[in-house]
Each structure stands twice: as C-alpha cells, then as structure tokens.
Write a protein that binds this ligand. Structure first.
Ligand code: COA
Length: 401
C-alpha cells in the first residue's frame, strides 16, 4: 500500500495598503486606543480601497503562492476559496478567482466555515490529494469584512480587518503537510456571530436594511468562552493524534481574533508563548485570512523552517473550530512511492508510546482548565460585585472631589 500526502510548496499573502489605526477609530465611535489594546491586542488593521474585493485580494495572494511553488495556474486541478465575504452570493467567488488567474483546467468551489474556513479548506485539499483525485490544489483564505461591518457599532468595528493568504498543496509520497486534523461545529450557537440580513431567511428588503441587518452582530462573551475552550481542546487532540511529542512542535498558529483568547489558551496549554505566532496587532481579526497571513509572515520571518511541525488552530462563526498538525517541508524532492510495510519497526513502536505520553499530558491540561473554568464561574458574581462597588466609590469620590 502507498500513501499520498499534500506537500505545501508555496505560500503568499496580500493586505490592502490602507491602514486604519485605533486613533482613527476614536474619531468614528466612542472608543479609545487604550480600551482596544487592553481588551483585544489590536493596534491597527488594513481596509480595502475602492475596487478591491475578495476576488482581487485572492488573486494577489494566489499569484505569490504560485510563483513560490513554481506552479503555473493552468497546472492547477482545484481551487478552494474559504471566505464569509465573497464578491457576490452567486456566483461563487472561487470561479471568479479561477478566471482571473487563468486556471482553465481547475475545478473551483467556495467554502464557508466562518473564521475556521482556511483550516477546513486545507484539510479538504489534503483529502483530495490523499484519495488520488487531484495533484495540485490552491487553497485561499480571504476576507473583506469591512463591507459587512457597521462602522457605528463599537462592539464590532474595532475588531476586524481585510486580507488574503494562499497556499499551494501538491501531491507527495512523503509524510508531509497535514499529519493529523480535526474539524468541528457547535451549531447550537449559530446566532452568536451572524449577519442576519441578505440570506434566504431575511432577504434584503427595506425592513431589513432599516434594522441594519446587513451588518455583522456578535455576542462577544459567548464567542470568547467558546474560543478559549475550542482552541485548547482541539490543539491537544490533534497533537495527540499526530503521534508527535510537544517538543516536536515548533510553532502554533492560532486564529488571530483576540490576544486575550490566545493568552488564555497558551496558559492552559502551558506552552512557551515564544512558540505562538501573533500578528493581530497589525491586522486585527481578518477571519479566515488570519491563519494564512500569520503563516506567511512566520515563514518570511524565519520562525518556520523546513522540517518543522506546526499547529494551525481556528475557531469562529458557526460556531466552528478546526485544528491541524502540519509538517512543513516546501522543497520538492525526487521521490518514489513508499510502502507502509517498509517503515522501520522502531518508528512503528515509537508512535504508540508517544501517543500514550501525550494522552496523559493532555488529560492533565483538560482537568486543570475545567477547574479554572469552574472556579471563574463561582467567583464571577464576587468580581462583578467588587467591580460595581469600586465604580460607585470612584463616582462618589469624583463628585466629592
Ligand atoms: N470601546 C470602548 N468600550 C467598549 C467597546 C469599545 N470598542 N466595545 C464595548 N465596550 C464597552 C461595553 O459597552 C461595556 O461597557 P459597560 O460595562 O458600560 O456595559 C464594556 O466595554 C465591557 O464590555 P464587554 O463586552 O464586557 O467587554 P469584554 O471584556 O468581553 O471584551 C470583546 C469585548 C468583544 C473584545 C470580547 O468579548 C471578545 O474578544 N470576544 C470574542 C470576539 C471574537 O473574537 N470574535 C470573533 C471570533 S472569530
């Protein structure tokens, strides 16, 4: 038996030139740089110029990825575009990207899984390659959320930004690319992050527009709680599945939603923060573009080198989550099919032992984080009461002063 894997051979990113800082937002809504930085870690984000759309940003990122992989567009078998902000509801933006790239032979589809979309799309590409159906797949994560943001709503407008990232995945007989993965959905919370209008449930009408239902709404606290749990638990599970030890993981690339979500998950996982890629201070939450943007910057900064193992972990609207352990070795090598039966006996024995060690370690982390969640829930009323008392005292003091 021979196995096929998806080698990531190219990567590329694009962000619009226009920078919107927290100070710019101070002029637009009742907010402050200090609030945004302490609550989210974001300092600035990129916003499209007129004429820029999800398809144009995708093409820019894709062309860079294809050039790095030395693959021409007409060699592509499939294009998957992950996004929640396509140019149009119909046609799928993937076909527009296919046309603009000149990838005549390629099949193309658009995948919507909220901010988790890129990891879903990468795993899907890997599966098409593993089954032998395709050899060269282009995966794009793109978001043009600035057009779905209510710029008068301070709860959401400070969080998001625009951008695109892409990778080229090519067939390989070596165990590289996605080594283990998990895709998940918690549909009961579908309304926690929602654009209510414009779909078939509430098509655009005067009434929907009057209620500003064309814009994104979010229950920030519900998403926050889900995100920290999903990020911690799915990272643990994919590392365990991969048969690698935690020392083998060189970098974790989380979805760049909020520095506090990342910090909490990192503390629960007890990983060295230096092993976690963060660039949300400069781009904000670019939804499904955030992981490929962070991946591209990590590679360009030398934080990922050939032979490294990385974890990509995303969460978002749906609510969905996904994680994958990825072996990074972009160089194409002359290779022949490897028979699984030919694997050395030592390697086959090492895997179950490492899996057992990881299982014990992750059980410890899960117990610890459940304990933290329970104690936070118990202490929350006390903190709220203390906070109110402090605020009242401050108000009294300022009145007296
Ligand atoms: N500037 C200033 N104040 C703001 C504000 C802003 N931009 N946005 C909200 N506030 C206010 C609130 O009105 C509230 O005021 P009140 O106490 O007088 O009612 C106060 O700040 C605290 O709001 P709260 O919602 O408790 O803040 P928080 O600590 O939960 O942080 C988020 C809010 C949105 C940053 C946080 O919930 C979050 O990051 N959630 C996850 C969001 C996310 O990642 N979404 C995308 C997932 S893909």
């Amino acid at each position: 038996m021979t196995e096929r894997h998806g080698r990531i051979t190219g990567w590329g990113m694009y962000v619009p030139d226009r920078v919107l800082t927290n100070h710019d937002l101070e002029q637009m809504v009742d907010t402050s740089d200090e609030w945004i930085v302490t609550r989210t870690g974001i300092r600035e984000r990129r916003i499209t110029e007129p004429g820029e759309t999800s398809s144009t940003m995708s093409v820019e990122a894709a062309q860079r990825a294809l050039a790095r992989a030395d693959v021409s567009p007409n060699e592509l078998d499939l294009i998957i575009v992950a996004t929640s902000s396509p140019d149009y509801l119909t046609p799928p933006v993937s076909s527009m990207v296919q046309d603009q790239l000149g990838a005549q032979r390629a099949a193309a589809f658009t995948l919507a899984a909220g901010c988790t979309g890129f990891v879903y799309a990468l795993v899907t590409a890997d599966q098409f390659i593993a089954t032998g159906m395709y050899d060269k797949v282009l995966v794009i994560g793109v978001e043009h959320l600035s057009m779905a943001i209510d710029w008068t709503d301070r709860d959401t407008c400070v969080l998001f930004g625009d951008g695109a990232g892409a990778v080229v995945v090519e067939s390989s007989y070596q165990p590289t690319g996605v080594l283990s993965a998990e895709l998940g959905s918690e549909g009961k919370d579908w309304d926690a992050l929602i654009v209510p209008g414009g779909g078939s449930a509430r098509p655009f009408r005067e009434e929907t527009l009057a209620k500003r239902e064309q814009y994104l709404r979010m229950d920030g606290r519900r998403v926050f709680k889900f995100a920290t749990r999903a990020m911690t638990d799915s990272t643990l599970r994919v590392v365990r599945q991969s048969g690698l030890s935690w020392d083998d993981i060189e970098l974790i690339i989380p979805h760049q939603a909020n520095a506090r979500i990342i910090d909490l998950a990192v503390r629960r996982l007890k990983v060295d923060p230096a092993k976690v890629m963060v660039n949300l201070d400069r781009y904000g939450n670019t939804s499904t573009a955030s992981i490929p943007l962070a991946l591209c910057e990590a590679v360009d900064q030398g934080r990922i080198r050939s032979g490294d193992h990385i974890v990509m972990v995303g969460f978002g609207a749906g609510l969905t989550w996904a994680a994958a352990v990825v072996h990074w070795q972009p160089e194409k090598v002359d290779e022949a099919p490897i028979l699984v039966e030919d694997w050395p006996i030592g390697e086959r024995l090492r895997q179950p032992v490492t899996r057992l060690r990881n299982a014990m370690w992750s059980a410890g982390v899960i117990v610890r984080s459940r304990f933290q969640e329970a104690s936070t829930a118990l202490l929350l009323p006390l903190y709220t009461w203390q906070g109110r008392r402090r605020r009242r005292r401050k108000q009294r003091e300022s009145k007296e002063g």
